[in-house]
Design a protein around this ligand. Sequence first.
Ligand code: TYD
Ligand code: MG
Length: 482
Amino acid sequence: MNAFASIMEQNIREEKVPGKEIKMAKGKISTVFYCQNCGHESSKWMGQCPGCREWNSFVEETVSKTAGRGASGGASMRRDRAVPTALPEVEAGEEDRISTGIGELDRVLGGGIVQGSLTLVGGDPGIGKSTLLLQVCRNLSEEGHEVLYISGEESLAQIKMRADRIGEFTSRMLLLCETNLDGISEIIRSRKPETVVIDSIQTMYSESVAAAPGSVSQVRESTAVLLQLAKGLGVSVFIVGHVTKEGTVAGPRVLEHMVDTVLYFEGDRHASYRILRGVKNRFGSTNEIGVFEMREQGLAEVENASEYMLSGRPENASGSVAVCTMEGTRPLLVEIQALVCHSNFGIPRRQTTGTDINRVNLLMAVLEKRSGIQLASCDAYVNITGGLKIQEPAVDLGVVIAVLSSFRNAVLSPKLIAFGEVGLSGEVRAVSMAKQRVAEAQRLGFDTCILPYVCAQECRKGSGMKIVGVKTVQDVIEEIFP
Ligand code: TYD
Ligand code: MG
């Protein structure tokens, strides 16, 4: 790969960089290469982005270098000179938060919309970003706030059709189909709505930048304009950003550092559940999730997420166990399924959905070494149901138990739950917030919990469940298959 990259660089060096030519000819206009994935800037084309390691993501864009142009260039010039202030003298003041009327979204936002904040909602096309924001607009306008929904993707009639599925709207909900940001800022300045939705940032363009809509410089400039509007007028702005695999338009990652809050909408487009994840939040904690279900009438909140994730669990099937993972401050129960069968090939197949394949390989190696179970000649498939992607090591014990259960073809009690991190020596290590996890399991009717020995003591207090503390994977085997 490196050899390839250096050959490409060589070629570019020898060929004359187009950027330089234009610069010489016109004096002011030059071209720059941007990574469409992360916004990395380079004077020449590169095969792989040094910023985000994405291949083939560089695109050439024209930038006009007029001093003080646009929102991003001239910000510092307009302001008076700032003077340092002693920290204790700064008045903080509680932020005013407005509820979106959607509890799951409020939680991810950290309690509601902060006035003058800029929120980016990213996600694959068709996942439900426009639907969610339209529902937010509806709730806000019903509460008496003036809301302006600006769409660059759909016509008024298309939005109306979607809105009809969601419900009735009041006349405080304003629609605008426009892509020219200069016009948009004029309207926002004159009407001063409380909340503005921009759907999507990749369709917007500002006349002060010569590049096409959707390009990195255009998307950045548009966001800078919106940032000034939000902070200057105290308007809360939601920006929709599509995640695109092909890299034809700049992705939302380009903007992550400019906005206050970044939310990503995840989930399988063909399944009905959706997970809204906070990735960055200047006004609250990150890693909170909101769970939604796409229905006929738009997105519905799923308040009892654990129950939802466990629904449809198979009965009397081996290789299935429930685990408790933490999503932010919220315990969430999910099912781990494993299928272990004899391999017909020299190299066994290992496949995972929702969890890291390397971690599963490691855990199987630990099992093999520490408890003498012959897994080297077995194919293994591990699946976390419900479409969640879990990175937390607390699910290790669940993976180990599911693999063991499938390997021995032994059905586990459906009321059994497990969590704990497994180390390379086969030791079961402590995890955080054990008590909350146990409480959530108890709430959903589980009666036995296998967890790290060090966490067992604190969890036993006041719990009606059978708490089994284990020190090693060997203990786990003895406990489940006595
Ligand atoms: P949309 O919000 O347009 O996605 P995005 O803005 O992220 O591209 O959602 C589109 C999908 O949602 C579409 O496939 C249809 C589905 N949908 C429903 O199932 N029910 C509904 O009430 C609505 C409005 C959309
Ligand atoms: Mg949309």
